[in-house]
Structure formats: structure tokens, C-alpha cells
Design a protein around this ligand. Structure first.
Ligand SMILES: [Cu+2]
Length: 108
């Protein structure tokens, strides 16, 4: 029982560690609403973990195309999705439900 409790704390600790630039790793949080991503454009360093978290009236998803492809799965009103961008380049992000709901991530 005690071991389980410790394990459940580990992901939270890992997120805190990611936010510390000195570790060499970083994370970036994108805001998401009906029907937008904010910011529209962002530049991050290679190996940044980008996270989308949303609780919205309309269902949304996150589909990325670029040096790597990824998807958050079927559109939902309540979602949480993250991806580590390991390759440099330009990623175009779109919500399949709302084609005008898009953003660009540049990885350097
Ligand atoms: Cu959408």
C-alpha cells in the first residue's frame, strides 16, 4: 500500500522537475478554449514537452503535423495531451473539429 502511494506522487514530481531550466529539460503549456489555441505561434527548444489541457463546451482534439506526427485521439470536451518534441522544425497544430483552430510550434 505504501509503495502505491509513493508511485502516485512521482508524476507530479517529474512535472516540477521539467519546469526547472537548469535540468536541461523543459515543458510548455498551451492554453485551449472554444475555439482557440493560445498562443498562435510559439518557439521552444528541442526536447520540450508541450502540453494541452482543456475543459470546454465543444469537443476538441490536437493533431500535429511536421517533423513528427501526433494526435490526442478522438475529440473530447475534457482533455489532457502532451508530446515531447524531439525534432527541430515547424509543427502545424490543428483541431480536426474546427479547421480554423490552429497554431504553429517552432522547435529550435
Ligand atoms: Cu476544436
Amino acid at each position: 500500500m505504501r509503495k502505491l502511494a509513493v508511485l502516485s506522487i512521482v508524476p507530479v514530481a517529474a512535472c516540477i522537475a521539467l519546469a526547472v531550466p537548469a535540468s536541461g529539460a523543459s515543458s510548455y503549456r498551451v492554453k485551449m478554449g472554444d475555439n482557440f489555441f493560445k498562443p498562435k505561434t510559439v518557439t521552444v527548444r528541442k526536447n520540450t514537452t508541450v502540453r494541452w489541457k482543456w475543459k470546454t463546451k465543444a469537443p476538441h482534439d490536437v493533431v500535429g503535423r511536421g517533423p513528427a506526427h501526433f494526435t490526442s485521439g478522438s475529440p473530447k470536451n475534457h482533455g489532457n495531451f502532451s508530446v515531447k518534441l524531439r525534432r527541430k522544425g515547424t509543427y502545424r497544430i490543428v483541431c480536426v473539429v474546427h479547421p480554423k483552430m490552429k497554431m504553429t510550434i517552432r522547435v529550435r
